[in-house]
Structures are given as C-alpha cells and as structure tokens.
Write a protein that binds this ligand. Sequence first.
Ligand code: GDG
Length: 471
Amino acid sequence: MRLVIVSNRLPFTARAENGQLQFQTSAGGLVSGLSTYLDSLRDATPLQQAHLWVGWPGVTIPPALQRELGRRARREFSAYPVYLDEATMDRFYHGFCNRTLWPLFHYFPALASFEEDDWRTYQHVNQVFCDHLRKILQPDDVVWIHDYHLMLLPRLLKQQFPTLPIGFFLHIPFPSFEILRQMPGAWREALLTGLLGADLVGFHLPDYATHFLSAAREFLGWKERRGIVQTPTHAAHIGAFPMGIDYEKFSRAAASAETAQAGGELRRALQNARIILSVDRLDYAKGILNRLRGLEVFLEKNPAWHGRVVLCLVVVPSRIGVPKYRETKREIDERVGEINGKFGSMTWTPILYQYNFLPFHQLVALYRLADLALVTPLRDGMNLVAKEYVATRTDQTGVLILSELAGAAKELRDALIINPNDTETLAQTLRAALEMPPREQRRRMRAMQKRLAQYTVVHWAQDFLRVLRAG
Ligand code: GDG
C-alpha cells in the first residue's frame, strides 16, 4: 500500500535562480513531523516504505522549469508538485485560508472576512488538487490529507474513488459550532461535508472532535454513534490524535557539539542573565503581545530582577501578505522598543529581539540556555515549541509556562499553566518560575518528558494510519 500525503506545501520550497532550480527544506511542525515519520520507515520493507507527497512547491515556477521540477521532485523527494499561479495562490492562501478560516477557527471572528471570490478560489484550488490526484492515484493507495487548506478535498476524492481509504488531519483547533454559524450556511455545509468525505477525520484533542461532531449534527443533521458519522455514502470515523515530536532528535541535538558551539557564543553574549525564551511564527494567535505585557508588569513589580533577566524573543516571519500580520509585526516592534526604553540601561537590554528564522542548532541552543520558556498563545491547535523545549532539557532543569489555550496544555499538566489574558498572574508566574527550586523543576520536567518520550510523532502517525487502514 502506497501512502499518499497531501498538504498545501511540499516538504521543500523550490526557487528558480538564474534559470536553475534550488531546493530548501520547508519549516514548520507539519513538515518536520511527517518527514520524521517517513524517515522512521527506513527499516521497513520497500513496499511499506512506498510513499508520495503531493503539494504546492512554495513559489510560482515558470512553465519552462516545471518539467524538470517534476522530475527532480519525484526522484529526490518522492514528491509531486501541484502548480498554482500567483494570483490564485494569493486569494487562496492569504485570502480564504488565512483571512477567513484561520481567524474563525482560532476564535477571532472579528478578524474573519467573508469574500465570495476567496471562497470560489478555495473551491477551485481544492478541485485542482483533486484533478491532479485523479491522474496519479492507484487502487492500493492510502491517502492522508492535511490541514485547513484542503477541507473540501476528502469529499471530492471520495466521489472519484469510493473504495480508497482517505484520512484527514486538522492541525488547528476545530471551534464551537456557534463560531461556524458566522460563516455563510452554504460554505460551512460544504466544509463539513467535505471533511466527512474522509473515512477518518483526526484532531489533536477530543474537545475539537466533540465540536466537529456537534457542528455536523447542528448544520447537517448528521448524528454520531460512538465516534462514527454515517454519511449517505460511508461511515466516517472521528478521533483525537495528539501530535507528538521527534523526542530523540531534540534530546540528542541538545547534547551535540554544534549546539554546544552555538550555545557558547550566546552565553558569552548574554553574560550571567537568566534567560526567558519566546519562539513563534509571527501570528496574533500566538499571544506575543500578551507575553510582552506580562513581562512589562513583571519588571514594574520586581525591580530586584532588573539587570538579571533577559527575554530572547524570536519571531519567525509568516503570512506577511495578510494585513493583520503586518499590523501585529508593527505592534510587536513598538512594544519591544517601549519596554526596552522604559526599563533598559546602557548596560542592560531586557528584550533581545530577532525577526528571523533560526537554524536548527541555534534554536536548540536557545532551548538549552533558557531558564524558562514562555508559550502563551491565545489559541493553538497543539504547539510543538512547548514540547520541543521540554525534550531538550536533558538535565531536567527549566520551567515551562504554558497557556491553557494551547492544545499542548492538555498533555503537559506539569507546566505552569496560565491564561494569557490574565496579565497579573502571568507576571507573578514569571517570578515564581525564576525562583522555582531545582527539585521542583526536575519533578515537573521528568513527568512531562515521560509523556513526550512515550507518545512521539511516529506513534502519532502510526496510530492514525492504523485506525485508517482498519476502516
Ligand atoms: C501548526 C499549528 C500545531 C519555529 N521557529 C523556528 C523553528 N520553528 C519550528 C518549531 C516547531 C514548528 O516550527 C512550529 O510548530 P508549532 O506547533 O509551534 O506552531 P505552528 O507553526 O503554528 O503549527 C500548531 C502544528 O501545526 C502541528 O500540528 O502544533 O498548533 O498552529 O517544530 O521547532 N524551527 C527552526 N527555527 C526557527 O526559528 N529551525
């Protein structure tokens, strides 16, 4: 059985430079998680290893290079590129995906726009993916579709291939049906029936699965029995599969020479200050501004900590084509400047800020150096950064402060769980974390590490595919 993975982005981004193709690994939790799973099949039989990854190669490729890209994608990455022109991709990705679905599904309905043209483009792109898949799917394939960009695809495919096992996994939250009610009725019905075209629909948390089932009941009148929705054509199974990380990779990298070198340079630059770490893609849902407010109140109330603590703030550029993301970036820049101006001196800067992607070993070096990680999303499907931080703490020191609105909070109960809108508590928790005795740090870290080492991203993928194949 060949596994066919379908996602908006391929595991690489292709670039045309002086008529030559260049490949760069794509970043993000989805790609690194699935790549780890595919790597784990190295020791399996060639038949079990067979796979193909279908998606968009990251940029618009000139027609003259498309044939070569197709050949190299197939040979070097087992990938099949779906080409889309820039205007379509803009309306699809910056439009319906990130101006409609993302804000609604993360409980920011006031930021959601409902443009008919965006919706039409979303339908069109899902159809384009279906048309490509029609050409390449074989009778023994298992199809696994990922994320909110392709929610119509399961049904489109089911209509063409009624017997093919089709799985879908949503990486973001599924909201309460009252949130979906904001969306035009025909759109939400199409999205729900689209998803229910799959034989298995997976979410990070049981809560998201429950929301999905109540939406199916409310808007389609389709009822569930023991996690199964009987659609007019087939039984759709609904389940929770919390995504893990490649625990080994992060704990091994924590002890590597490259990390030690990157860490040594950082440590010298930061001198003896205690380090608070914040790493996210640029996104209003990640609660970066709330985090900065919490730090500001902490510094106001704890002058004894001035000069002794530094926030390393890494913001990774993302979706800058969407106006709200540009606005969030401007606000972060301003707040960082204000806080540094208000509390800093000639010898101490409270926030060290980088708006850039970090190479892997620098990221791990920061995880290793950080006395605490501050992860405060206003809503997050899971949040892998929180899990990665825990995995790199091989000496079991360090404290994780985690928002109750991140999916990861359901698993990482030994983190210091906060509400990102409760600034006072956030400031108090920062102080409590900086003063936490090493014994308590170790007790909490041990418990969290145990969970993460047991349920890795490979288990997550295996579980999902086992349930899908069992039908
Ligand atoms: C979506 C959902 C869900 C980040 N900065 C750098 C860097 N990263 C890597 C991290 C991590 C990944 O990107 C981010 O994953 P998250 O889960 O934290 O967040 P999203 O990108 O929003 O992911 C989320 C996830 O899908 C999986 O289902 O958990 O809720 O929103 O792996 O390490 N990597 C490097 N440098 C950086 O600067 N090398």
